[in-house]
Structure formats: C-alpha cells, structure tokens
Design a protein. Structure first.
Length: 221
C-alpha cells in the first residue's frame, strides 16, 4: 500500500534527500551518543555540531519526521521492508520529492538506514506502549452554569438555583475517529477530582525520579 506522505513532512524529507551519505552517517553516529528521548529539540541542540550540513532547526524537523514515520510504522504493525517500499512509492508520488529513477536505489538505502535506527524504533515502541488503550485522551473542557429551580408554577420566577459543572472529555478512538463523554460535577466533585489529579501528578514525579535513580531511560512523554 502506497504511503501518503503528510504535507507537513515534505520539507524535512526533502532535507534528508539532499543530505550526503557522510551527513547521514554523522547523524546516526551522533544519535548513539545521546540518551534516547522524545524531546527532539533538546537532541537537535546536543548533536547539531556533529551534523553541520543543516541548521539546528532543520535538524529538529528531520528528527521529528523520522520519529513520526517510525511511530506510524510501529502503530500499523508493518514490517520494516514493507513499510520502506510503501514509503518509497509515496515518495515518488510527491512532485517536490520525486526524482530520476536512477536515484531511487540510493535514496532507498539512505532511508533504510535512517528508519532502521534503533533510537527511533525504541522511542516509537515506547510511545505505542504508553498509549496502548481503548481510548486516548484528546481534550477536555469544564462548562459551568447555573440551573434555576422553579416551583410548581413555572410562570413564577425561580425560587433559587444550583451551580453545576459539566466535564467534557474528548478522546481518540480507532483510526482518525473521536468520541466524547459528558460528566456532571458539583463543587465536592471538583475538589475530589482536583485531589485525584494532584495525587497522580505526585506519583508521576516519584516514578520519574525512580527511573533516574535506577538509571533507566525515560522514553515517554
């Protein structure tokens, strides 16, 4: 199946296409010298001097794109050789990237080396594991309002009102689909929810500190 290259990645892929074999090898060597992390901006700054052929900003875009491609492959469960073939077919379908047929073997070899880099593959596997679930959080909003309480006679002004809050949670489900749910909260619920989140944040910090103590790389977000 032909891989459709995202428009936002075309510029970075064009940069990779223009990189010399020496620059590609320098990039791969530099990646081995830094701890694996999804913070591509941080990685780009640390290894920029080893890849002088492109700017730090372009390097960050390149790392983002390679990481994204590896994650898509990991999420789809496609074998590396198959994904590479699909990618190269998609590559040739983009006017800004397509070149002479004689260039394809060299380009395939270049992207094979980059997409088989264990740093990106490790991070992609970690991200898939971290987000492995039926529903993935996308967005949330709390809508607050007052609800009037009427007596038996609705033509008479309300005798009072209640304050209520609606927690709207939007989540990813399946491929490209979204779902949402609405949960009614009162002030006690808000306090309880806040306490639960504060506790979860504390546990997050504790676990991340534990990773540092046992010298285990934090590969998640």
């Amino acid at each position: 199946m032909i891989f459709e290259i995202p428009k936002e990645d075309i510029a970075a892929i064009a940069t990779i296409k223009a990189m010399s074999d020496g620059s590609v090898d320098a990039l791969l060597t530099a990646l081995k010298s830094v701890p694996p992390t999804v913070d591509t901006e941080k990685v780009a700054k640390r290894i920029a001097e080893h890849v002088p052929s492109i700017t730090a900003k372009l390097l960050e875009d390149v790392l983002d794109t390679l990481y994204g491609l590896c994650y898509v492959r990991e999420l789809a469960g496609v074998e590396r050789p198959t994904f590479l073939e699909d990618f190269m077919e998609g590559f040739q379908n983009v006017p800004e990237l397509a070149g002479e047929k004689s260039e394809i073997p060299k380009l395939r070899k270049k992207f094979e080396k980059l997409l088989n880099n264990e740093t990106f593959n490790l991070l992609s596997k970690a991200k898939r594991l971290q987000r492995d679930g039926e529903r993935l959080y996308c967005d949330a909003k709390i809508i607050s309002d007052m609800r009037p309480v009427f007596s038996e006679e609705p033509t008479i002004r309300p005798t009072g009102a209640v304050v209520t809050h609606t927690l709207k949670i939007v989540y990813h489900k399946g491929e490209g689909a979204h779902g949402e749910c609405h949960i009614i909260l009162d002030s006690i619920d808000l306090d309880a929810l806040g306490s639960i989140i504060t506790r979860a944040q504390a546990k997050d910090r504790t676990l991340r500190n534990l990773l540092k103590e046992i010298r285990l790389s934090d590969l998640g977000l």
